[in-house]
Design a protein around this ligand. Structure first.
Ligand SMILES: Cc1ncc(COP(=O)(O)O)c(C=O)c1O
Length: 431
């Protein structure tokens, strides 16, 4: 098996299948010639696997899907139109009625969607402290629990979850573990190796790395048994996937035993909700992934140095990042275990001063961009409570450890000295 950087450049693509085009072509086509009626029958019966219609499969998107699955050690993946749609599809696919246990430390859009859209659909989303206090987890996994959901490195405070421990406890009860690995990317952490069953990415972020697309990916480990009795949706016989020869209805588990999770995600949720990734955006993500490890190495290196610099800065109340001085011994141990290459480019610090001074500081920055993406090649900053997590009411922000003075930085690829000079002049202007 080729190593990570080789896979990042080559996995999922054989130029001989694409007119020997060295770069992955952009298949700007809606549909594909069915050629003849026999072939059409095979395609619609899923006995031949080839693209039919670009809402559901597209050859450019398929290269991205295979590449990310290979980088993550998964068996297959599904690319969709955004990280949010990847999260929503994964939750709906795993939990048809029932409960999903979630972390309190989540991207604001995830947390907000969990609070708002699932209860009326019969899915209870239950935030629990047991994700970070795993001794309590077993008791929380009642018969109605369908999945455990958390971020491997949390947004925004970079809290690390004990994936192996959580997976061990969940799997004993036949419950799936779904993780959002957006911050780490497969370069820093491969959650499937540690027991995660489904891995989600906002491909918008460090995976593509240039702040020029919106995309999402769901990676399937195919190690979890979705036919263990807890997930009737995988065992229910459906006419849409019937055996066309015998006419007998089949379940997703029977029809696609190798990858039931991504196939059901594709044929139900992507097919009917239609949140398809455009081939052009897939192409940009593929190009971005070619430099994933180089970007993440530098972004991590810069984050570690900036964290040190902030810790010595009188305008700063606190810094949150695995290498920060105030990080607990427990978090440091998880950092050493899961992230030997580092924790990525995102960290937070507490601005010391009034709200007006904080605003002046933000408004005075010239090099650092003020926007709410992360993992971009350009260094950026945002005031978390007023932006990415602003949907949450104050109580939920407090539970997620988001304070009014929390500022989040995502390091880019600029020279460290220039970033520091910009921060210095903005602090001076603010006071
Ligand atoms: C950790 C995490 N997951 C998911 C998302 C949602 O991704 P997208 O913006 O691609 O929908 C974000 C967006 O900020 C995020 O930070």
């Amino acid at each position: 098996m080729a190593k990570f950087d080789t896979l990042a450049l080559h996995a999922g693509y054989n130029s001989a299948d694409h007119n020997h085009s060295v770069q992955v072509p952009i298949y700007a086509t809606t549909a594909y010639d069915l050629v003849d009626t026999d072939r059409a029958d095979r395609l619609f019966a899923f006995s031949e696997n080839a693209p039919l219609y670009s809402r559901v499969t597209n050859p450019t998107v398929a290269v991205l899907e295979e590449r990310v699955a290979a980088l993550d050690g998964g068996i297959a993946s599904l690319a969709v139109a955004s990280g949010m749609s990847a999260i929503s599809i994964a939750i709906l696919n795993a939990a048809e009625k029932g409960t999903v246990l979630t972390s309190r430390y989540l991207y604001g859009g995830s947390a907000d969607s969990f609070l708002r859209i699932y209860e009326p659909l019969g899915i209870t989303i239950k935030p629990t402290d047991a994700i970070y206090d795993t001794d309590k987890l077993d008791a929380e996994i009642t018969d109605d629990v369908k999945a455990i959901y958390f971020e491997t490195i949390s947004n925004p405070n970079a809290v690390i979850a004990d994936i192996e421990k959580i997976a061990e406890i969940a799997h004993k009860k036949g419950v799936a573990v779904i993780v959002d690995n957006t911050f780490a990317t497969p370069y820093l952490l491969q959650p499937i190796k540690h027991g995660a069953d489904v891995v989600i990415y906002s491909a918008t972020k460090a995976l593509s790395g240039h702040g020029n697309i919106i995309g999402g990916i769901i990676v399937d480990s195919n190690k979890f048994n979705w036919a263990n009795g807890r997930y009737p949706q995988f065992e229910r016989k459906e006419y849409t996937i019937r055996d066309r020869k015998t006419g007998k209805n089949r379940s997703f588990h029977e029809a696609f035993p190798h990858v039931p999770f991504v196939f059901r995600s594709r044929l139900v949720w992507l097919n009917y909700f239609g949140a398809a990734l455009s081939p052009f955006d897939a192409y940009l993500a593929i190009i971005g992934i070619e430099t994933l490890s180089e970007r993440l190495k530098k972004q991590t290196e810069t984050a570690v140095k900036l964290v040190e610099w902030f810790e010595g800065n009188p305008n700063v109340e606190w810094v949150k990042y695995p290498t920060a001085k105030t990080t607990t011994a427990e978090q440091k141990a998880l950092f050493a275990k899961y992230l030997p290459k580092g924790a990525g480019g995102v960290f937070t610090f507490g601005f010391k001063g009034t709200e007006a001074e904080q605003n002046k500081f933000l408004n005075s920055l010239k090099l650092l961009s003020y926007h709410v993406n992360v993992g971009d090649a350009k260094t950026l900053i945002s005031n978390t409570a007023k932006t990415t997590h602003s949907e949450l009411v104050a109580d939920n922000q407090a539970l997620a450890d988001i304070l009014p003075n929390t500022l989040r930085i995502s390091t880019g690829l600029e020279d460290l000295d220039d970033i520091i000079a910009d921060l210095e002049q903005a602090f001076a202007a603010a006071k």
